[in-house]
Design a protein around this ligand. Structure first.
Ligand SMILES: [Zn+2]
Length: 262
C-alpha cells in the first residue's frame, strides 16, 4: 500500500479520487460502498482493492488523529516528536549544557549559542565578507576584533572577567581560546549552585561586552570597565534573587557576595 498511500498525500489527491477537498471517510463511504471515481492508475486501483477489503463502521463519527513518523495514529500530540520529524538531525555539540541549562536567561543563552558557533558579526568576520575595511577592536583599539579577542583576550574584557571571577572567589588565569572558556565552564564545582552561577556570570559577561561594543560602535558612548562592574553586579544580583525562590537554584547570591568579604 506504500505507493497508494503516497498517492493520497498528493495535494490534488481529492481530484484524483473524485472527492471534495474536505472529504472525510464518512463522505467517501456510503451504504452502497466507496464513492471514488473509477480507478485511473495502478495506485488508485490498489487503494480501492485495499479499502474494499476493510470493514469499516458506518455509524461511527470521523475523528482526526495525530500520526507518528510511521503513520500510526496517536491519541495525543507531541511537540517534541513533531519537531524531531520536521528538523534535520544535527550532531550533538559538547557545549550545549553550557548554553542551555536550568535557570538560564534566554537572551543571554541565545548570544552564547551564537558565540559558541562563532556566528557573531565581529569586525573580522565583517571584513572577511568585504563589508568593512578596518577590523580593529573598538574596546582596546589595538588588536583585531575576532570573537576570541573581543570576548576573552581584549585587555578591557580581561579586566571584566578577572573582576567577576574574583567575586566568586575562583582562580582566574585568563582564557586564551574559546575552548579554554568552555573547559572552565564544564569543570564541576563541589559547592551547591556555584556551577550554575559560573554559567550565568559567563553568559552575562558575553552579553554585556557585546552591548558595550555595540554602544561604542553605533552611538559613540563609551563606558569604562568599572562602569560595567556595576552593571554586571546589578544584573547578577537580580538574576540570583529571582532564582532564590527555586529550591534547585537557591543560594547563588551567597557565592556572588563572598568575594567582597576580603
Ligand atoms: Zn580589544
Amino acid at each position: 500500500m506504500e505507493t497508494a498511500h503516497q498517492d493520497l498525500n498528493r495535494p490534488d489527491a481529492h481530484q484524483v479520487y473524485g472527492l471534495p477537498l474536505d472529504a472525510t471517510v464518512s463522505k467517501a463511504l456510503t451504504r452502497n460502498g466507496w464513492i471514488f471515481r473509477g480507478a485511473r492508475s495502478d495506485n488508485a486501483e490498489s487503494l480501492m482493492c485495499y479499502l474494499t477489503g476493510k470493514e469499516l463502521k458506518l455509524d461511527v463519527k470521523d475523528v482526526y488523529l495525530w500520526a507518528n513518523s510511521n503513520g500510526d495514529p496517536q491519541d495525543r500530540f507531541s511537540f517534541a516528536d513533531t519537531w524531531k520529524v520536521c528538523k534535520t538531525p544535527a550532531p550533538e555539540v559538547p557545549w550545549h549544557k553550557q548554553v542551555w541549562f536550568p535557570g538560564s536567561i534566554p537572551k543571554y543563552s541565545f548570544m552564547m549559542w551564537l558565540a559558541c558557533l562563532d556566528r557573531m558579526p565581529t569586525m573580522s568576520r565583517l571584513r572577511n565578507w568585504g563589508l568593512v575595511e578596518d577590523d580593529t577592536c573598538i574596546l582596546c583599539e589595538i588588536y583585531n576584533e575576532t570573537r576570541d579577542h573581543l570576548f576573552l583576550r581584549c585587555p578591557y574584557s580581561y579586566d571584566l572577567w578577572r573582576w567577576c571571577i574574583s567575586r566568586m572567589q575562583l582562580h582566574f588565569m585568563g582564557f586564551s581560546t574559546w575552548d579554554r572558556l568552555i573547559l572552565w565552564l564544564q569543570a564541576p564545582c563541589s559547592e551547591g549552585n556555584l556551577s550554575t552561577l559560573k554559567l550565568l556570570v559567563a553568559q552575562a559577561v558575553i552579553y554585556t561586552l557585546w552591548h558595550e561594543r555595540n554602544a561604542r560602535l553605533f552611538t559613540g558612548k563609551r563606558t569604562p570597565v568599572e562602569g560595567l562592574y556595576h552593571l554586571l553586579d546589578r544584573r547578577i544580583r537580580n538574576t540570583c534573587l529571582a532564582r532564590d525562590k527555586s529550591p534547585k537554584l537557591r543560594g547563588m547570591l551567597e557565592y556572588w557576595f563572598r568575594g567582597l568579604s576580603n
